[in-house]
Write a protein that binds this ligand. Sequence first.
Ligand code: FDA
Length: 402
Amino acid sequence: MAKQYDVAVIGAGAAGMMCAAVAAQQGKHVVLIDHAGKLAEKIRISGGGRCNFTNINAGPQNYLSQNPHFCKSALSRYTAQDFLALVKKYRISHHEKHKGQLFCNDSAEQIIAMLRAECDAGSVEWRMPCKVAGVQKLETGFSIDTDGGELLVDSVVVATGGLSIPKIGATDLGYRIAKQFDLKLVETRPGLVPLTFDGPSWEPFVPLAGIALEVEVSTGSAKGKGNLRGHFREDLLFTHRGLSGPAILQISSYWQPGTPIVLDLLPEMDVAETLIGLKKTEKKQLGNVLAQWLPARLADGLLTANGFDPAARLPDMTDAKLRKLGDAINRWAIVPTGSEGYRKAEVTLGGVDTKELSQQTMMANKVPGLYFIGETVDVTGWLGGYNFQWAWASGVAAGLAL
Ligand code: FDA
């Protein structure tokens, strides 16, 4: 049977639409397949509905992968400035919010409409909603088994994303296709996710839900290969089940179960030295002293959790005790029980091992014509527009190579 399409892109999310548009505008006959009823739900809900579509500072240093060098080629060939130029061409008004993060002023729908228009400019054909049961390699090209019948194509691009937020259509199809073709996978786990805590040591912090403050947070070791150590200065939020906020989402991607995260709740201050200096002149109660710098409820919670009486007076404390208190504030090491999981995770860490792919084209080295892009690949960005930039860049890399 004759081939129906040059290319089938499976997954019409961020990476898939970008790839389909680029390949089609290069003259390829492209079919874009997605099982969802609604187009690009993740883009729609991203950035609180305003889509943090890129980060002007995006570079390889903002990504986690077993091979931190893999993303360099795609990111340098399609930069945040390139995507911004497209956004400007479509006159989508936008603003920089925080640390290079670019958001739409109005709605994430504008990014979806832009990508759809780019696909239409190349006459991409849509199969949606359409379920993909499997992909088979033929002597030349591939056969795709869908609930709308079989499709015969020269090349297949897998852009089915990660496992995060299953209720809006995330599946493991990309990983299953990789396994079927004997491609290695890096173990997957939720990333950019709130961390949970339980047990008696967390009890004093349960009533603190809702408190937010800027902190420094770190985890892991700087020794060894790969991205093992994370360190961020961002906002922390106490929740009913544990900790969240940008600081925790960022560090969660670096956190390994069973190990601590270390929080500095007053990064501008050496708390022990300040208290030791103050006790010569200050007669206040400990709780009131700390409440000058920290939310009062948090100050009391920290004191109680560390065995201090918030009503104790500063001059009555020994230097050794104040050093212990300083450590509890500047170097608070706590071991999360777990995370909120894929239900709440913004991304999936791990995925198709980059050793299996060409960094120039994203094609599987041992399966000519089979490509993996976006979140299915073991490249995961920080919070702040970096994940979309990887989706665009890897989509363009494959789109140009097809
Ligand atoms: P994506 O998930 O976008 O697309 C995959 C597509 O494949 C989906 O359309 C899905 O329906 C389809 N699919 C899956 N299985 C299939 C199957 N079996 N058959 C057919 N189709 C199938 N990033 C960022 O940079 N800035 C931000 O503001 C945010 N905000 C954000 C908020 C929330 C709540 C989440 C969950 C995530 C973010 N992200 C983000 C992350 C970002 O959304 C994510 O990294 C990209 O969407 C990944 O793009 P992909 O194209 O790889 O997957």
